[in-house]
Design a protein around this ligand. Structure first.
Ligand SMILES: Cc1ncc(COP(=O)(O)O)c(C=O)c1O
Length: 391
C-alpha cells in the first residue's frame, strides 16, 4: 500500500545527512564530553560545533544556546526557572500567556498556579492572532514574564513576536517565545524579535526526537531546572545526548542552508492541497489566517463528519494526518486552540490538520485528495447530521 505522511508538524523523518552525522557518535566517537582525554575532548568539540550551528540558525551567540531533552523541557525550564528566580528576588508573581499555547506551556502554567503564581491567558482573534493591545492591557506591576508562541502547532498562525516582545520590553518584563513549530519554517533572528528566551526542538526540523534547546539571552537569569553536574555551562546537568546534539546541530545547519528551498516547496505543495480540497470537496472551511501561516500547515473543517473517523479511514489507505488536539482525550474535549478562535464545537469535531514537508510531492497530494473525496462522501452519507437533516 502507498504511504503518504501529512503530519510534519507532529514530527519529521531524520534526514540522511543528519543520520550520517550522528552515527559515529554512537560508535567510535563515544567519549564522555566531560572526560579530559582526547576521546572526551573530541565529543566536547562536537557539542561546541552543534551549539554554533544552532546559534547560527537564530542569530544567537553560542553561549546563549542550552541543550535540553525536548522542546517541552525547554518550555518547562523557562517558565519554572523565571518564576523561581523572580520569587527569590521578591519580584511579582504574574505570568501572561495565551489560550492557544502548546500544553507544554499551558500545563506548566497550571502547575505554577498551584505554587502561588497568577496566570493570565490572552484571548486570540478569530484568525488566531494576538491583539497587542490586549497584551498591553493585561500587564500589571506584578508581571514577571510573557510567553507567546511564534507559530501555533494546530493552525500554523504566526504571531507578531517583534511587536509583542517590544511591549514587554518597554515594561521591563522578560519575554519568552515557543519557537518549536517556527524553527526552520519562518525566519528567526533573536535580535530582530527582541526575545529573552526561545524554545526549540530537533524532531520538527528533520533531527532526532528527544532533543531540544533553550536560547537564554546573555545576562538573563533563571533558576536551574535539572541539578547535578556542570554540563551546559552549569545550567542543565546530565551527561549530554551526544549523537542527539550532533544531529540537532546538523539539522540546524541544513535548515539554514536550505531555508528558501524548504519554504517554497512546502508552500507550493500546501497551496496545491488547499486548492484541490476547496475546489473539489463541498462544505469545507479553512481555519486560521492564510496570510500569517506556517508554510506547510493546513487546518480544515469538513462539515457534517467526525475528524477522527476521517483520520482512521485515511490511515487505512496509508495516509497519516492529525486531528490536532481535537478529541485527543477520552473526554472528547475539543481543541483548545480552535475553541479560543471561536470555532463552534460541532465544527471542531470535523476538523483535521494536514502538514506537508520536504518529502511531500504533488503526486502525494493527488493520491490523498482522491481518497479524501471518496471517504468524505461515504462519511457524510452515514452521518446523522448532514445537509438534508440539518445539525
Ligand atoms: C508549539 C510546540 N511547543 C512544544 C512542543 C513540544 O516539543 P517536544 O516534542 O520536543 O517536547 C511542540 C510539539 O509538538 C510544539 O508543537
Amino acid at each position: 500500500m502507498r504511504n503518504v505522511y501529512l503530519d510534519y508538524s507532529a514530527t519529521t523523518p531524520v534526514k540522511e545527512e543528519v543520520l550520517q552525522a550522528m552515527i559515529p557518535y554512537f560508535t567510535e566517537n563515544f567519549g564522555n564530553p566531560s572526560s579530559l582525554y582526547s576521546g572526551g575532548l573530541n565529543s566536547k568539540a562536537a557539542i561546541d560545533k552543534a551549539r554554533n550551528q544552532l546559534a547560527d540558525l537564530i542569530n544567537a551567540r553560542p553561549d546563549e544556546i542550552f541543550f535540553t531533552g525536548s522542546g517541552t523541557e525547554a518550555d518547562n525550564w523557562v517558565l519554572q526557572g523565571v518564576a523561581d528566580a523572580m520569587r527569590k528576588k521578591g519580584k511579582g508573581n504574574h505570568i501572561i500567556t495565551t489560550k492557544i499555547e502548546h500544553h507544554a506551556i499551558l500545563h506548566t502554567c497550571e502547575y505554577l498556579q498551584t505554587q502561588g503564581f497568577e496566570v493570565t491567558c490572552l484571548d486570540v482573534e478569530s484568525d488566531g492572532r494576538i491583539d497587542p493591545a490586549k497584551l498591553e492591557k493585561a500587564i500589571t506591576d506584578k508581571t514577571i514574564l510573557v510567553s507567546i508562541m511564534l507559530v501555533n502547532n494546530e493552525v500554523g498562525t504566526i504571531q507578531d513576536i517583534r511587536e509583542l516582545a517590544g511591549i514587554a520590553r518597554r515594561h521591563k518584563i522578560l519575554f519568552h517565545t515557543d519557537a518549536v513549530q517556527a524553527l526552520g519554517n519562518v525566519p528567526i533572528d533573536v535580535n530582530v524579535l527582541g526575545v529573552d528566551f526561545l524554545s526549540m526542538s530537533a524532531h520538527k526540523i528533520y533531527g532526532p526526537k528527544g532533543m531540544g534547546a533553550l536560547f537564554i539571552r546573555k545576562g538573563n537569569r533563571l533558576s536551574n531546572f535539572i541539578h547535578g553536574g556542570a554540563q551546559e555551562m552549569g545550567k542543565r546537568a546530565g551527561t549530554e545526548n551526544l549523537p542527539g546534539i550532533v544531529g540537532f546541530g546538523k539539522a540546524a545547519e541544513i535548515a539554514k542552508r536550505d531555508f528558501d528551498k524548504h519554504v517554497k516547496h512546502s508552500q507550493e505543495v500546501r497551496d496545491y492541497l488547499l486548492k484541490r480540497i476547496t475546489e473539489e470537496i463541498p462544505d469545507v472551511e479553512i481555519n486560521g489566517t492564510m496570510k500569517y501561516r506556517h508554510p506547510g500547515n493546513l487546518n480544515v473543517t469538513f462539515d457534517f463528519i467526525e475528524g477522527e473517523s476521517l483520520l482512521i479511514l485515511l490511515d487505512m489507505k496509508g495516509i497519516s494526518i492529525s486531528t490536532g488536539s481535537a478529541c485527543s482525550s477520552k473526554s472528547l474535549k475539543p481543541s483548545h486552540v480552535l475553541d479560543a478562535m471561536g470555532v463552534p464545537w460541532e465544527k471542531i469535531h470535523g476538523t483535521v490538520r494536514m502538514t506537508v514537508g520536504d518529502f511531500t510531492t504533488k503526486d502525494d497530494v493527488d493520491y490523498v485528495v482522491n481518497e479524501l473525496k471518496n471517504i468524505v462522501i461515504r462519511l457524510r452519507e452515514i452521518s446523522p447530521i448532514n445537509h438534508e437533516k440539518g445539525w
